[in-house]
Design a protein around this ligand. Structure first.
Ligand code: FAD
Length: 434
């Protein structure tokens, strides 16, 4: 009998998982029975989310970062465009909003994270998309581009409401690009840029946090730490407003760019036994099998694993997850080698970028990636900037298609890194920037 693998979500993780599985079964066969792969997503617009950072500054257009979802999947993979209502774990069945049901042998949860705007008082109230914006979705990034174009000076505040968020370095990159953008326009001296974060530093990992804090200082960007946003208030004259922290501190703004709280997809909350309080899916951090049931796996932003919510993490997880689905179907022991590997370019403006590479255990180190000769780590360079720009091509043509990227595997490479000697060993003490 045909084995059916249902993949919920056709974003980064769902697409690369479907294509990798398809590639495997086409080349190696399924061992015993044929395999059917179905991907479910609510819409047919695949957004290259790292590109959202560039939209507000006029450096990327809608047409460049959005492609039809179904076209990213091999034609033998069935694409179902519909909202997922819930998963019935007892019956191994997915129920769609219209009532249609899909029974599965293996389920993959790849439904990412959603922006929980309503969790912050006043965020989408008066002034929303006029004085208060987000660049974390396409509509917001597009509206912000028009507002930045008109901005002639004043206080620009970039705020992260709470962790975890997708791509924890993106708000910092936004600050660095804003510094570049206003310099190019010749009005940098008229703009005060502030970064308000709930963290106790610029970032969670100590060495990277120190490097990023000194970059903020160099670029005269104010850093406000341990700021937990309780409310966003826009003045009655509509000219500006303030962020109000739970501790009573206030950060005034003329223009605010806010990264809202994140949570897992709503259907997770409606699926008994699947999610946690925030609708993320409790998942084994090494095998990517969920705690819910042995035939349910998860990857990407949807999980609760203590890794960054990043496309690179999703990609590296995908390699182990696909291997484990194959092993599960073959009744073999699971591979437990996913090490939390994350790799992020950090755009710093003026044609430069930093690169960080780390995992659950080892924080970002200096050196080179992926080996002794390669891109410099934790150091601004033009090569890293070109790497970031080139990544979009790699995303559409290799990563989503489920192809291996030569020289870059799921495990964090140690070659090329300035590894600490045992007595100065640097280990992550504050957890991942999840
Ligand atoms: C501004 C920004 C910049 C970023 N920059 C980087 C970067 O430089 N590097 C990096 O590695 N990562 C970056 N990321 C993060 C990266 O894009 C995500 O981590 C990655 O896309 C996660 O993949 P995913 O498959 O888990 O989720 P997604 O790609 O978000 O896919 C989830 C899918 O599930 C679907 N879905 C959800 N609920 C339902 C439902 N009920 N019914 C049907 N379908 C549903 C959604 O429509 C969506 O298509 C950035 C993100 C943002 C927002």
């Amino acid at each position: 009998m045909t084995k059916r693998i249902v993949i919920l979500g056709g974003g980064t993780g769902g697409t690369l998982t479907a294509n990798r599985l398809h590639r495997h079964f086409r080349h190696h066969g399924s061992g015993h029975q044929p395999v059917e792969i179905i991907v479910v997503d609510q819409d047919d617009h695949h957004v290259y989310q790292p590109g959202l950072l560039f939209v507000p500054f006029g450096l990327a257009k809608h047409s460049e970062i959005v492609r039809p979802r179904h076209e990213q999947l091999h034609r033998d993979i069935e694409f179902v465009q519909e909202l997922i209502d819930r998963v019935d774990l007892e019956r191994d069945t997915v129920v769609l909003e219209g009532g249609r049901e899909f029974a599965y042998d293996v389920l993959v949860i790849a439904t990412g994270a959603i922006l929980a705007f309503d969790e912050t008082e006043g965020l989408t109230g008066p002034g929303w998309n006029e004085k208060v914006f987000t660049f974390y979705d396409l509509a917001g990034a597009t509206a912000l581009a028009a507002a930045l174009d008109k901005f002639e000076g004043g206080k620009l505040v970039v705020n992260v409401v709470d962790m975890p968020i997708k791509c924890p370095v993106a708000p910092l990159e936004f600050c660095f690009l804003a510094d570049w953008y206003f310099t190019e326009r010749g009005i940098r001296d008229r703009v005060a840029i502030t970064y308000a974060t709930p963290l106790d530093g610029a970032f969670t990992k100590p060495v990277a946090s120190a490097a990023l804090a000194s970059l903020l200082e160099e670029k005269q960007i104010n850093l406000v730490t341990e700021f937990n946003t309780g409310a966003v208030e826009v003045n009655v004259d509509g000219l500006g407003g303030k962020l109000v922290g739970y501790d009573g501190r206030e950060v005034p703004f003329d223009l605010a760019v806010v990264v809202p709280m994140h949570s897992g997809a709503e259907f997770v909350g409606r699926s008994k036994g699947l999610g946690d309080d925030l609708n993320f899916v409790p998942t084994n951090k090494s095998t990517l099998q969920t705690n819910a049931k042995p035939n349910v796996f998860a990857l990407g932003d949807a999980t609760n694993v203590p890794a960054s919510k990043a496309g690179s993490v999703t990609h590296f997880e995908g390699e182990v997850l696909v291997e484990n689905i194959i092993r599960f179907l073959d009744h073999k022991e699971l591979d437990s080698t996913y090490d939390g590997h994350a790799n992020c370019f950090i755009e710093t403006g003026f044609g430069k970028a930093l690169l960080i590479d780390f995992n659950y255990e080892t924080e970002p180190l200096t050196g080179h990636f992926p080996a002794g000769v390669g891109m410099p780590l934790l150091k601004e360079s033009r090569m890293n900037h070109l790497g970031k720009l080139m990544f979009q091509w790699v995303y559409w043509h290799a990563l989503l298609q489920g192809r291996d990227i030569p020289g870059i595997g799921a495990d964090m490479p140690t070659r090329g890194k300035d590894l600490p000697t045992p007595d100065t060993s640097i280990r992550t003490t504050q957890g991942a920037p999840s």
